[in-house]
Ligand binder design. Structure first.
Ligand SMILES: [Cu+2]
Length: 137
């Protein structure tokens, strides 16, 4: 009985040593990237003000850093608009409809890359309610 208990403890130690070894490996091999990502995730939320009109987005091009982004949307038009963001890998997220003259906020997490932003209501995109988001590391 004592012996098997000792064995359990030994196995436990071996497991911990393995975990520690893996952790050490991870931090020595390009650990900087992992730390950077964690910092981005916990960093301040970037705020972008955007006007939605009939039929345009202002600004048409937005550049942010990877992480959480809060879009402050102001509908300066005479009809409802929406703010949708689409990117690679089927990324597709949209705000609720924002009524004429209303303001709304819309928060999303964006990874590095290029995204399309546009109003998916009716034919608003065709008419000009579109733009581009560039997300840097
Ligand atoms: Cu619209």
């Amino acid at each position: 009985m004592m012996k098997s208990r000792m064995r359990q403890i030994m196995v436990g130690f071996a497991g911990m040593a393995l975990v520690l070894a893996l952790a050490a490996c991870g931090s020595s091999g390009g650990g900087g990237g992992a730390t950077g990502q964690a910092a981005a995730a916990q960093g301040p939320v970037q705020e972008v003000k955007l006007s939605m009109g009939d039929f345009f987005y202002d600004p048409k091009e937005v550049t942010v850093k990877a992480g959480r982004v809060r879009f402050v949307l102001t509908n300066v038009g005479q009809t409802a608009h929406r703010f949708a963001v689409r990117g690679e890998g089927g990324f597709d997220q949209s705000s609720k409809n924002v009524g004429a003259g209303r303001e709304s906020t819309f928060e999303i997490d964006l990874g590095p890359g290029t995204y399309k932003m546009g109003c998916t209501l009716g034919d608003h995109e065709k008419r000009g309610s579109v733009g581009k988001i560039t997300v840097t590391q």
